[in-house]
Design a protein around this ligand. Structure first.
Ligand code: GLU
Length: 467
């Protein structure tokens, strides 16, 4: 039988971490099995559901790279895929149970009469055997059976527990994969399946996501919507990778790509390695350090031109000329980012750490605070002039020249290299400064050095040195 799973969000808010996590595990299951991933919009709460949220959730899923095979936008053979468009179906099925005498009307509502001593246990693919009758479920009446289940409310709308059963059945869902907060709903749903004479699908509940303080993940822990992470400069690839590791070890997905780090993997490798059996019951902890680490690893592995496009918006946000008014071509900027050698945990940090490639302005601004100083000494001027005169403008030639100069004139390399770094980058930390100088080019280096050491003496044969 073909695997069919579904993600069934209520469009009453943005796509949250928990929702993204649930969608991702459904996607992994569908892609591993070569089955279908269905998107169903559970918008029976007409007050709180909006088309905007529906759109945001869909674009959040797309951003994570979770494509669906059936849904309200792409259609499919089992639609409609919005619960608000399935009202007739719910009524029709409620009438069936009414006519069979297992459901009854109370006020305008339709309720399912739960048989006494119903078996409330089920086997969960992750949590194993769960017996709700021994778990002291809240919704019991005095006679120790489950309270009757409302199917249709008096306003004519179906309840979640009822609609979800009808839809999962009619959409041929084989595996219901969702957050563990739904474990308590599952026995009620199973009772409804039985009332209709249907075999329930398999259930797999996913562990809860906690903050580092072991409390349920909430706004207090930081950003909770998937989009906030995009805006902070996290990559969809790493967000996917990170969410997949909440409750799953990755099944060795990383090593299958020849990476020594088994925790860094692509969507395809994750899908190939996925098995519901490997999902843990232990609550998963949302660890920002880990997210940063994963993001950095993905950023390093990215194609240079793709990485450049990720960084550009952040440069623009900082008021730097990337795109409009850009002075260097894209290949040059992409190389500059490669020179950063994996610095920067996010695209935003990478943009901040590399701003001096786009403009001299931030360098001047940082130097103007007086925190970093470039001593205007004869020795330093001599060093800079010697560098500017290097015939072959490469990092190795610059470094060789610097070494021989320091050897000849005395002092320590860092006494010269640091001021050079300050003048070119305005930062204490940067990639190898001779690599930076080589990439910036002789003219740019000359003009930056002249700004801080005006009238830097030129050397014969090099025009325009003493600007
Ligand atoms: N609309 C429900 C929710 O967002 C779906 C739960 C389920 O997957 O059954 O929690």
């Amino acid at each position: 039988m073909e695997t069919r799973v579904r993600f069934a969000p209520s469009p009453t808010g943005a796509l949250h971490i928990g929702g993204g996590h649930t969608a991702l595990f459904n996607w992994l299951k569908a892609r591993h099995d070569g089955g279908k991933f269905v998107l169903r919009i559970e918008d029976t709460d007409r007050e709180r559901s909006t088309k905007e949220y529906e759109e945001t959730i869909m674009s959040g899923l797309r951003w994570l790279g979770l494509d669906w095979d059936e849904g309200p936008d792409v259609g499919g053979a089992f639609g409609p895929y919005r619960q608000s468009e399935r009202a007739d179906i719910y009524i029709e099925h409620a009438e069936r149970l009414l006519s069979e005498g297992v459901a009854y009307r109370d006020g305008g509502a339709v309720l399912f009469r739960v048989p006494r001593d119903s078996d409330l246990s089920f086997d969960d693919e992750v949590y194993g055997h769960i017996d709700a009758s021994s778990e002291g479920m809240k919704e019991r009446n005095a006679a120790d059976s489950l309270k009757d289940i409302v199917m249709i409310k008096s306003d004519g709308t179906p309840t979640y527990n009822y609609a979800v059963v009808i839809d999962d059945r009619l959409m041929n869902v084989t595996h219901v994969i969702r957050g563990e907060d739904h474990i308590s709903n599952t026995p009620k749903q199973i009772l409804l399946y039985r009332a209709f004479g249907w075999t329930p699908p398999r259930f797999a509940h996913l562990p809860m996501i906690l903050g580092k303080d072991k409390k349920k993940l909430s706004k207090r822990h930081g950003a909770t919507s998937v989009y906030e992470y995009r805006d902070m400069g996290y990559m969809p690839d790493s967000m996917f990778n990170f969410l997949a590791l909440l409750g799953w070890s990755g099944g060795g997905a990383g090593s299958s790509q020849g990476s020594e780090n088994t925790e860094i993997f692509t969507r395809a490798a994750a899908a190939a390695a996925f098995d519901l059996k490997d999902v843990t019951r232990k609550p998963a902890v949302f660890d920002f350090d880990k997210l940063n680490y994963i993001n950095q690893e993905h950023l390093k592995r990215l194609d240079p031109m793709v990485r450049l496009e990720m960084v550009k918006p952040f440069w623009r946000e900082m008021g730097l000329p990337a795109g409009d008014g850009q002075k260097r071509d894209d290949a040059w900027l992409a190389d500059a980012l490669t020179l950063m050698g994996g610095r920067g945990r996010t695209a935003k940090e990478l943009a901040e750490f590399s701003d001096y490639y786009l403009s001299f302005e931030p360098v001047k601004a940082r130097l103007s605070t007086g925190e970093l100083t470039i001593p205007d000494s004869e020795k330093l001027r001599g060093f800079m002039s010697a560098l500017l005169a290097v015939p072959d403008w490469t990092d190795s030639a610059l470094e060789a020249e610097a070494r021989s100069w320091v050897e000849k004139e005395g002092g320590k390399m860092k006494d010269y290299a640091m001021p050079l770094r300050f003048a070119l980058t305005g930062m204490r930390v940067s990639p190898g400064i001779f690599e930076v100088a080589a990439h910036l080019g002789r003219d740019e280096v000359r003009s930056r050095l002249n700004y801080f050491l005006p009238g830097l003496p030129g050397l014969p044969g090099l025009p325009g040195l003493a600007k």
